[in-house]
Design a protein around this ligand. Structure first.
Ligand SMILES: [Ca+2]
Ligand SMILES: [Ca+2]
Ligand SMILES: [Ca+2]
Length: 303
């Protein structure tokens, strides 16, 4: 009795004598799904030998409980059936084409806010296997994105080879940063770009917690503003940058005068190049304004 590469048993003799190798009620179990039986007779028979009679039966292997190799077992759920087994995944996961690991769909993440938080899937629980996640931060030109990883950082690494299993790579404009892996979070990154792509890839094994980062987009700074005499700037900040808006208004009894036009308030915006949209207006006393019109028609109202 043989399998592909091993003799399991050799039998001859008679059950009525106990000196020879008869199978009796012995069960021969093959380690795999293949077994062969060879019956051989030589050139002579001194008596009438009646041969043998054997019964076979396929015994199911419960792969879900008997498989010891982690590399081959089901990632989430294992289902045994007679003659085989199959794997399935928790809700929200997709079975990978390896029919074993559970991946996630995570390639379509777009961030357009000025600040935000990005994490690996399921953080701080172990991230999914066999997955490729793409996170895009996309802001207007004039902004620059900086990234700050949190201290909890855990991506499968290798003591000698640089990130052969799982890694993060960051693409910022023409620059590619990384790969990053291991247990030490990267230093804060100032990408100098308004468009950043973060690629996170995991292989089909290991349990690691992943990563979390916060990003911030800052615009070019505009020059400091000096409020007009008898006037004020709102909101008052130490620095202003791209997209910031300020409102200029004047004290009671004064009016904002901009390009010879009177108004109650005047709005200015910090532009992407780091310049203000307008020059700061002046505040003129209402009395002076009236005096200016003496003998003239008041300026026509706009419209
Ligand atoms: Ca013989
Ligand atoms: Ca089975
Ligand atoms: Ca891994």
């Amino acid at each position: 009795v043989e399998t592909e590469d091993q003799v399991l048993a050799t039998f001859c003799g008679r059950e009525t004598t106990d000196t020879e190798q008869t199978p009796g009620q012995e069960v021969v179990l093959s380690p795999g799904s293949f077994m062969s039986i060879t019956f051989r007779s030589d050139f002579s028979d001194e008596e009438r030998f009646t041969g043998f009679d054997a019964h076979y039966m396929a015994v199911d292997v419960d792969e879900c409980t008997e498989r010891e190799d982690e590399e081959l077992s089901c990632d989430h759920y294992c289902h045994n059936y007679i003659g085989g087994y199959y794997c399935s995944c928790r809700f929200g996961y997709i079975l990978h084409t390896d029919n074993r690991t559970c991946r996630v769909e995570c390639s379509d993440n777009l961030f357009t806010q000025q600040t935000g938080v990005i994490t690996s899937p399921d953080f701080p629980n172990p991230y999914p296997k066999s997955s490729e996640c793409l996170y895009t931060i996309e802001l207007e030109e004039g902004f620059m994105i900086s990234l700050q990883f949190e201290d909890i950082f855990d991506i499968e690494d290798h003591p000698e080879v640089s990130c052969p299993y799982d890694y993060i790579k960051i693409k910022a404009g023409p620059k590619v940063l990384g790969p990053y892996c291991g247990e030490k979070a990267p230093e804060p990154i100032n990408t100098q770009s308004h468009s950043v792509q973060i690629l996170f890839r995991s292989d089909n094994s290991g349990e690691n917690r992943g990563w979390r980062l916060s990003y911030r987009a800052t615009g070019n700074e505009c020059p400091k503003l000096q409020p007009p005499i008898h006037g004020k700037i709102e909101p008052l900040q130490t620095t202003y940058s791209f997209k910031d808006q300020v409102l200029i208004s004047c004290d009671t009894g004064y009016k904002v005068l901009k390009d010879n036009v009177e108004m109650d308030t005047f709005q200015m915006e910090c532009l992407k190049e780091g310049t203000w949209s307008n020059r700061i207006p002046t505040c003129k006393s209402k009395k002076t304004l009236l005096a200016g019109y003496k003998g003239h028609e008041p300026p026509a109202l706009g419209g």
